[in-house]
Design a protein around this ligand. Structure first.
Ligand code: SF4
Ligand code: SF4
Length: 333
């Protein structure tokens, strides 16, 4: 039916619709992707891991509604315009729906529009409550427009337009390169050997520390060591399990030492702030295999680390939010 008309049947919809209880709880993604096609940007767009990784790129997306918070980041990444976010928690017989919209001009906020169903039939009057459009999207549209005009002028031999469009292109290129350089400075950090957005380092450490504390409270030191403790500081703690304090001190100096600040790989201000858990890592390694032990001392170290890393996380997150504002201004036309 879908192939013949382009309209999914009630059966098709039933297969992909989130459960009603979930829709009543708040915003959630609805993925109307009915065919097996080689496509997966929705999986990579979702930072919450709600859209499962596909073993084969032709698989249809599978979503975990418990992980989805309806942020909508996946919507613009879907080339098929297959994703919407529905929120039926508003009450009063009303709902909000976030949809991808590809036409120009964009509708204005507050505008009354006609809501249609999948067959194009009128359902009700709707109101545009918000229009989300990024400065980057506007910039891309402008770059596409200038490129197209340039190609047309070139085909028509319009030398005057070619010259002025080239100048316009140069200005846009400079603006984009400046923005790119700024984004690299503000959003590229290193977590040991891994490129990250700066706030991801403390965020990951905090999550791991909570897991370790929960296991130690149950007395399960083996799982804490095997699954989590060595992963702190992006697996840096592994060294504390197998090497002497003198060796890790040398390693720390390589990463954070005053004389190594210009170290191109880890330096240049891109390094992360280490969670201070080495004593706990060493102690847990020595206590591996112990059953029914008291791990209060180690737990206290992880709790302090959570506090310190939370401070770091807040500072970095604030800086990144400011940088996002600045980047938006740099891309404005
Ligand atoms: S709406 Fe947000 S959380 Fe939900 S699937 Fe899309 S990107 Fe993931
Ligand atoms: S990005 Fe869109 S079209 Fe591609 S698999 Fe995901 S939902 Fe389907």
């Amino acid at each position: 039916m879908l192939i013949g008309t382009g309209i999914p049947t009630a059966q098709d919809i039933a297969q992909i619709a989130p459960p009603e209880e979930r829709m009543l709880q708040g915003p959630v993604a609805v993925i109307e992707c009915f065919q097996e096609i080689p496509c997966d940007p929705c999986h990579y767009a979702c930072k919450r891991g709600a859209i499962r990784e596909m073993a084969d790129i032709n698989e249809r997306p599978v979503i975990d509604y418990n992980r989805c918070n309806g942020c909508g980041l996946c919507i613009p990444k879907c080339p098929g315009l297959a994703i919407t976010v529905a929120d039926m928690s508003c009450g009063g017989g009303r709902a909000t729906v976030k949809i991808p919209y590809e036409f120009l001009p964009l509708p204005g906020k507050g505008r009354k529009v006609m809501a249609l169903n999948r067959e194009g039939r009128r359902v009700c009057e709707a109101e545009v409550v918000h229009v989300l459009n990024t400065a980057a999207m506007d910039m891309k549209a402008k770059v596409d427009e200038v490129n197209k005009a340039y190609l047309d002028a070139f085909k028509n031999g319009d030398t005057a337009s070619i010259a002025s469009l080239r100048e316009e292109g140069k200005i846009l290129t400079r603006q984009n390169l400046d923005a790119f350089k700024f984004a690299q400075q503000a959003f590229l950090s290193v977590f040991y050997e891994r490129p990250i957005v700066p706030h991801e380092a403390p965020q990951e450490n905090i999550i791991l520390a909570y897991e370790i504390i929960a296991l130690l409270e149950e007395g399960d030191v083996d799982t804490a060591v095997d699954e989590y403790a060595w992963m702190m500081n992006n697996v840096f703690e592994w060294y504390a399990m197998f090497f002497s304090p003198e060796v890790t001190a040398i390693q720390d100096d390589m990463f954070w030492g005053a004389d190594n600040q210009d170290n191109l790989y880890w330096g240049t201000g891109r390094n992360f702030v280490k969670a201070d858990v080495e004593k706990a890592t060493r102690s847990l390694t020595l206590r591996y295999g112990e059953t029914g032990g008291n791990f209060a001392k180690e737990i206290a170290i992880y709790q302090d680390a959570i506090e310190d890393q939370t401070e770091v996380l807040l500072t970095l997150a604030k800086a990144e939010i400011e940088a996002l504002r600045e980047l938006t201004n740099m891309l404005k036309l």
